[in-house]
Design a protein around this ligand. Structure first.
Ligand code: SF4
Length: 240
C-alpha cells in the first residue's frame, strides 16, 4: 500500500460524508461499520485504548471484517490490566492488536525531560506519546473508527457519525455515537465481550495510570481522567 496516498477532502467527499452521516442517524453500529469497510477497504483502521466501547467495536469487527487493522497507542504508561486485553482479544477473536509506540521509551523520555512530563505538562506528554504516534499510524489510511459516544461529554455531543477529521486528515467513523453506556454494557454482557477488570473497581474511563483515578458514585464517567486539572481530552478527539 502506498503509505503517502492520503485522502483529499474535496467538496464532493465532504458532501458525501455529510449525506451518509445523516442517513446513519438511525442505523445500527454494524451497518455503519459495514459501510466503512466497503467504502475504505484496507485503508480503514481503528485505534483503541481497550475501553468498553472499543471492545464492543472490536467484537463487531470480528464478525464484519476481522482483517481490519486495529492498533493501540502504547504510551508506556498503560495499566497492566489494559495491556492484558490485547492477549484476551487474540485468544477470543484471533485478532492481533498492534501496539504503536513513541520513539523514546518512558525511561529515555523522562530522563531527557528531567522527570515525568505528565506531572508538569500533560498536554505535551499526550502530544508526544499519543498524538505524534497516531499521526504516524494514520499515514496511508483514509478512515478510522472511533469509539466515542455523544453522551460522554459536551465536546463529543456534537460529533457526526461520519465526519472529516481535520487534525488527522482522515474520515472519522463513530458507529457508537448514538449509543448509551447502557447499550454498550448490555452488549458486553449478552455477548460476553472481554473488558478491563478495572471497570469493576470504580474506574469508569481508563487512560494512562498517572492520569486516571477511580470515580465515586454520581461523578461524571470521565471525571477520573486528568482529575484536578482543566484537561479533559488527550487531543485525539478535538480538532485543535
Ligand atoms: S494520559 Fe497522562 S501519561 Fe498518558 S500520554 Fe497523556 S499526559 Fe502522558
Amino acid at each position: 500500500m502506498d503509505a503517502d496516498s492520503s485522502l483529499v477532502p474535496t467538496q464532493e467527499l465532504l458532501d458525501e460524508l455529510a449525506s451518509v452521516s445523516a442517513s446513519f442517524e438511525t442505523a445500527s453500529p454494524q451497518e455503519i461499520l459495514r459501510w466503512a469497510v466497503d467504502r475504505f477497504g484496507k485503508r480503514f483502521t481503528m485505534a483503541t485504548a481497550f475501553g468498553p466501547e472499543g471492545m464492543t467495536i472490536i467484537h463487531m469487527l470480528s464478525e464484519i471484517s476481522p482483517t481490519t487493522p486495529i492498533f493501540n497507542l502504547d504510551t508506556g504508561y498503560q495499566f497492566p490490566e489494559t495491556l492484558a486485553l490485547r492477549e484476551r482479544i487474540k485468544e477470543r477473536y484471533g485478532i492481533e492488536v498492534e501496539l504503536k509506540r513513541p520513539v523514546l521509551s518512558v525511561e529515555e523520555y523522562e530522563r531527557i525531560n528531567g522527570g515525568p512530563v505528565y506531572k508538569t505538562e500533560p498536554n505535551r506528554c499526550c502530544a508526544d506519546r499519543k498524538i505524534a504516534v497516531l499521526f504516524d499510524a494514520a499515514r496511508g489510511m483514509h478512515a478510522w473508527a472511533s469509539a466515542i459516544r455523544r453522551d460522554q461529554s459536551p465536546d463529543r455531543a456534537v460529533a457526526p457519525i461520519i465526519g472529516w477529521d481535520k487534525k488527522f486528515q482522515l474520515v472519522k467513523v463513530s458507529p457508537l455515537a448514538n449509543w448509551t453506556k447502557k447499550d454498550v454494557w448490555g452488549l458486553i454482557a449478552t455477548e460476553d465481550i472481554p473488558y478491563n477488570p478495572l471497570h469493576d473497581t470504580g474506574y469508569t474511563s481508563i487512560g494512562c495510570w498517572p492520569c486516571t483515578r477511580s470515580v465515586s458514585l454520581g461523578e461524571d464517567e470521565r471525571a477520573g481522567r486528568w482529575s484536578g486539572t482543566a484537561k479533559t481530552e488527550c487531543g485525539l478527539h478535538t480538532q485543535d
